[in-house]
Design a protein around this ligand. Structure first.
Ligand code: ZN
Length: 272
C-alpha cells in the first residue's frame, strides 16, 4: 500500500487544526503545512497536534521567492527562508519545498534573475546544512517563470543541485514537469543521486482555466500519473505521494466528500 499525504493547500479554507482532523479522517498518512497555517503555534505544539491525530509530517512549505521584493529585499527574503527552515526542523519535517522566485521587479533579464536566485539559494543552503532539513528545489511549469520560478525543468534543477552540493534535493511535481520530453531521464538521474526529497501530484485539466488555481485530482486530467509514478518509484523514491492541488473549484466542496473522492482516485491510480 502506498502512503498518501495531503498538502494543506488542498484544504485552503480550513484551519490547520481542522485540516489535520479531516486528513486523518480521510485515511491519509501525512500532512504538509505551510508556514502561515502554523505560525500561531510553536513548532512543538504543531508537531504534537499532528502526532496526536495519527498523521506524520510529510514536508513543509516553503522558502525562496527571492526576487519578490527585488534586490533590496534579498536580506529579508533569506532571513524569512531561514526562519521557515528552522520551523521545519523543529516540526520534524525532513525537507522544505524551495521555489526560487521569478524575474526581478522592473527587469526583463532572465540571466540576472537566475544569477540572483542561485546566489540567494546558495546562501540559504549554507544555513540549511546546519539543520537536518533538506531543501527540496521545485521546478515549476515554464508559465510560472515571471512570478514564481526561473527554474522550470528538472534538468535545470538537477544542474543546480550538482553545482550546490550536499543538503539540496528535488521536489518532483507531476503538474509542473509532465510535459517535458526529458522528465523521466531527469527523474532517473535524480534517483541515482538519491535526491528526490519529496513528490507532489495533481492532474492537468483541459482546458486549464487558471494556470495556478485550476489543477485537478488524479484522473480528472491528461497526465499519465500511473506511468509518472512508475518512473519515480523506479528511481528509488519510497516516500509518500503528496497530493498538492490548488483549485478554486475543489476548495468549494465539502472537505470530507472531497477527501473521500480524492482517496478513491489515489488508490485506483496508484494501485499498481
Ligand atoms: Zn509542488
Amino acid at each position: 500500500m502506498r502512503a498518501f499525504a495531503i498538502n494543506k493547500i488542498c484544504l485552503k479554507d480550513l484551519s490547520f487544526e481542522q485540516a489535520i482532523d479531516a486528513t486523518a479522517r480521510g485515511g491519509f498518512h501525512g500532512i504538509t503545512p505551510w508556514y502561515d497555517d502554523v505560525s500561531h503555534l510553536s513548532p512543538s505544539e504543531a508537531r504534537r497536534l499532528i502526532a496526536d491525530s495519527g498523521l506524520t509530517v510529510s514536508g513543509f512549505c516553503n522558502c525562496g521567492l527571492y526576487a519578490l521584493k527585488g534586490k533590496d529585499g534579498r536580506r529579508a527574503a533569506i532571513d524569512e527562508a531561514k526562519r521557515n527552515i528552522e520551523y521545519a526542523a523543529e516540526l520534524g519535517a525532513s525537507s522544505i519545498v524551495t521555489v526560487v522566485g521569478g524575474l526581478l521587479p522592473a527587469s526583463k533579464s532572465l540571466d540576472e534573475a537566475r544569477d540572483f536566485a542561485f546566489d540567494c539559494l546558495a546562501e540559504t543552503l549554507e544555513f540549511a546544512r546546519t539543520t537536518p532539513v533538506t531543501l527540496a528545489l521545485e521546478a515549476l511549469h515554464p508559465m510560472y517563470t515571471p512570478d514564481w520560478s526561473v527554474v522550470t525543468s528538472l534538468a535545470t534543477a538537477n544542474d543546480w543541485c550538482d553545482r550546490l552540493g550536499a543538503g539540496i534535493g528535488l521536489a518532483v511535481d507531476s503538474y509542473h514537469t509532465w510535459w517535458d520530453p526529458s522528465v523521466y531521464a531527469e527523474i532517473e538521474k535524480a534517483g541515482k543521486k538519491g535526491r528526490i526529497a519529496t513528490y507532489h501530484i495533481s492532474d492537468w485539466l483541459v482546458p486549464t482555466n487558471h494556470i495556478l488555481l485550476d489543477r485537478g485530482m488524479p484522473g480528472e486530467g491528461i497526465i499519465d500519473l500511473a506511468e509518472f509514478d512508475t518512473k519515480v518509484q523506479s528511481a528509488g523514491y519510497d516516500g509518500p505521494i503528496e497530493v498538492e492541488i490548488f483549485s478554486e473549484r475543489l476548495w468549494k466542496l465539502d472537505p470530507d466528500q472531497f477527501l473521500a473522492d480524492l482517496m478513491k482516485r489515489c488508490q485506483s491510480t496508484y494501485s499498481g
